[in-house]
Design a protein around this ligand. Structure first.
Ligand SMILES: *Cc1c(COP(=O)(O)O)cnc(C)c1O
Length: 418
């Protein structure tokens, strides 16, 4: 009770002091402070100030279109399209008219809060070409939901996801020539939001920039699947209860590079992030982790860690779970979102019950895992005979690509042009 009281009064004072800077979501958070999970509310659209307005879009086309690269020379995230989409926001005026301009440098004051206090969050999504040459997005509503959850957690503004998706659709239509036609190729889309307020004071940014850039990308496995070896990291933790590991904040990624380099030096392609003395399995690199085993009850189980605040809510994760419930459960599988440990994985491997493991994320869709090294011991994970993947990872990969490339009709795939 005391604590709640103290929180209440300090929150109110904080809100009063910062009132001139306060964005709607700081106010909303103040109101919601007393719920059991204060920062876990969904996005709120700005109140009182204008939301994103697609009808106000202006387009300035480049006068020097880039030469297209041979698709086989594409390197992930290295080359960008001709244009970018930008929308500025101020606490006073809300979202300003969206602009598509030639791809260009940003000009920011060195004191801008993004450089000092990591007011930055992002999304990763893709545009695909279907056999009829139409452009498709995959579950953009999930990326919009997540970007709002990320931005609101760091006192950046929220927005109407459908309106932003409409603008992204216009942007990718304009960049249509950059989307390779071949299956497996796509246009990687990177929405980014940064705080742009010029001040070294630590507080909610009074101005922000939401922008979108896009990079044509080739297939993750140009010559077929390549199963990876992981090292279970115990010297560093990626995310923790009450932290922000469940949001796509820039601040979550830089600290993961050194442990990743350490694992790479020892010959592992990725690290497996664990949590707690129990050694709970959380994520693999920047992918969600799935394990398939015959559990202690003798039932075939596909398992992934639950969304307890330490796990990024992957769109691929959510889609794989839905596909598994639709397609595997009728075949006797159990599909579980629950905690599981390295010790359980090792025991399953020792008893011959471990079936498969793979990472899941937008870039690779699935990334088969062939081994995990934990406390100096290598746990081997089975693959299909003569293949660099297990049967489940391969099935999910096929099901997902058929939907993403519009080979089957599915509500997850949204056509943006004709
Ligand atoms: C982006 C990301 C994922 C995967 O999310 P998708 O929406 O499936 O691409 C998983 N884990 C982390 C830490 C991520 O940043």
């Amino acid at each position: 009770m005391m604590l709640v009281k103290r929180l209440r009064s300090s929150t109110v004072r904080w809100a009063d002091q910062l009132a001139p800077f306060l964005s709607h979501n700081a106010q909303v958070q103040t109101q919601r402070f007393y719920s059991s999970s204060p920062y876990n509310d969904g996005p709120s659209v700005p109140r009182g100030t204008p939301d994103i307005d697609p009808s106000a879009l202006t387009i300035e086309r480049t006068s020097s279109p880039k030469r297209l690269l041979d698709p086989k020379d594409l390197i992930f995230g290295r080359n960008f399209t001709d244009h970018m989409l930008s929308i500025e926001w101020t606490a006073q005026d809300g979202w300003l008219p969206p602009r598509i301009t030639p791809y260009q440098n940003l000009s920011l004051d060195p004191s801008a809060c993004v450089f000092h206090y990591a007011f930055t969050c992002f999304e990763g999504m893709k545009a695909y070409k279907d056999p009829q040459n139409r452009i498709r997005l995959f579950r953009p509503d999930r990326n919009m939901y997540r970007l709002n959850r990320s931005s609101s957690r760091i006192a950046l503004p929220t927005f109407d996801g459908d309106k932003f998706t409409e603008l992204i659709s216009k942007f990718v239509e304009l960049e249509e020539r950059f989307i390779p036609k071949q299956k497996g190729y796509s246009l990687y889309i990177r929405p980014t939001m940064i705080g742009t307020q010029n001040t070294l004071g630590v507080g909610p940014p009074g101005s922000a920039l939401l922008y979108v850039i896009a990079s044509p990308v080739g297939p993750y496995y140009p010559t077929g699947f390549k199963a990876i070896s992981l090292e279970a990291t115990e010297s560093a933790v990626r995310a923790w209860p009450g932290g922000v590991g469940d949001r796509k904040l820039g601040a979550n990624y830089a600290p993961c590079i050194v442990p990743q380099i350490d694992a790479a030096k020892r010959g592992y392609q990725q690290n497996l992030w664990l949590f707690g003395e129990e050694g709970y399995v959380t994520e693999v690199g920047t992918m969600n982790m799935f394990v398939a085993w015959v559990n202690e009850e003798g039932v075939k189980e596909l398992i992934t860690a639950p969304l307890d605040g330490t796990i990024l809510e992957g769109v691929t994760r959510e889609s794989i779970l839905a596909l598994a419930r639709e397609k595997l459960e009728p075949e006797g599988w159990t599909v579980s979102e629950r905690k599981y440990t390295m010790a359980e994985m090792k025991k399953a491997a020792d008893e011959g019950r471990l079936l498969e493991a793979f990472g899941a994320g937008t870039a690779a869709v699935v990334s088969p895992v062939k081994a995990v090294t934990w406390r100096g011991e290598e746990i081997k994970i089975p693959l299909s005979p003569g293949k660099e993947t297990g049967p489940l990872a391969e099935s999910f990969w096929n099901w997902m690509l058929a939907i993403q490339y519009g080979e089957v009709d599915h509500p997850w795939s949204q056509i943006v042009s004709n």
